[in-house]
Design a protein around this ligand. Structure first.
Ligand SMILES: C[S@@+](CC[C@H](N)C(=O)[O-])C[C@H]1O[C@@H](n2cnc3c(N)ncnc32)[C@H](O)[C@@H]1O
Length: 260
């Protein structure tokens, strides 16, 4: 299955195999308050089997394992899975790791109580196939939790600006989907949206963000140019500003939960 990756999947795999060292304990993703907050709003959900798709360094899945879930960590990148498995061992947590794409899962129908995917879906070549796979492997009553960079509907100028910035910054960025698009994909896959919320999330330093993605010097220059000439729609929506000489903005982070 891993041999016939499409171009978008291959680019993501290469990017994360190369950059896995950047995703350890000090990373801003290590703070899983967003995951905790979302799970508190799904009171019917009791620890069972969970699949964490595009687990990266495992921050979400390992939190679940520590909370009593039986967790499978999945990712397209072997280096990221190795990093997550090492952290699991260091923390004395037992998890299963599986290397596969987010667009096609090697699991039977109705086998998980929870499918999570955090800050990764903007890399996927086919978000529709991903949500359908998540719905397929969930048990009836199970929950789908998606957290990702997103944008409110009806903001085409800001959306295009952000897309151009992210694409230059990280070659494996594919597309942020709007809040409405994610809700539609979930409902079309047979899930019922329980809540969907855009939560502002501060990106404290553009340079740190460049380092994380190993952005090339010429692309850094192009991003800085886009920032300098950001249209008012983008400037306002993302609160683009400078603080202590650092370029700072606020992502619109979508937290969406749906039930099968
Ligand atoms: C930013 S990291 C994920 C962060 C992690 N979920 C967390 O909560 O900390 C993005 C991950 O998506 C994975 N990825 C990108 N495209 C993928 C795809 N099509 N299928 C599976 N994993 C993918 C990358 O390998 C990378 O590990």
């Amino acid at each position: 299955m891993m041999s016939d990756l499409n171009e978008i999947q291959r680019t993501a795999q290469q990017q994360f195999d190369r950059q896995s060292d950047r995703y350890g304990k000090g990373h801003i993703l290590a703070d899983v308050a967003d995951v905790k907050g979302a799970l508190r709003r799904l009171p019917w959900l009791k620890p069972g089997r969970a699949l964490d798709v595009a687990t990266g360094a495992g921050h979400t899945g390992l939190f679940l394992a520590g909370a009593g879930w039986q967790v499978t960590l999945a990712d397209i990148s072997a280096a990221m899975l190795e990093r997550a498995a090492t952290t699991a061992r260091e923390c004395g947590l037992h998890v299963e790791t599986r290397q596969h794409t987010a667009e096609s899962f090697p699991y039977t129908d109705s086998s998980f109580d929870l499918v999570t995917c955090r800050v990764a879906a903007h890399h996927f070549s086919d978000p529709n196939a991903f949500v359908r796979e998540a719905a397929r492997v969930l048990k009836p009553g199970g929950a789908f939790l998606l957290i990702d960079g997103s944008i409110e509907d009806g903001q085409p100028v800001a959306e295009e600006w952000l897309h151009n910035v992210e694409k230059l910054r990280d070659p494996s960025h594919h597309r942020f989907l709007s809040q409405g698009n994610w809700a539609r994909l979930s409902e079309d896959a047979g899930l019922r949206v329980v809540f969907s919320e855009l939560q502002p999330f501060k990106q404290p330093d553009l340079n740190w963000y460049f380092e994380t993605a190993a952005t090339t010097p010429e692309n850094r220059a192009k991003v800085l140019e886009l920032v300098r000439h950001a249209p008012p729609e983008a400037r306002d929506l993302f609160c683009l500003t400078e603080e202590d000489g650092k370029i700072v903005w606020w992502w619109q982070r979508l937290v969406l939960a749906a039930r099968k």
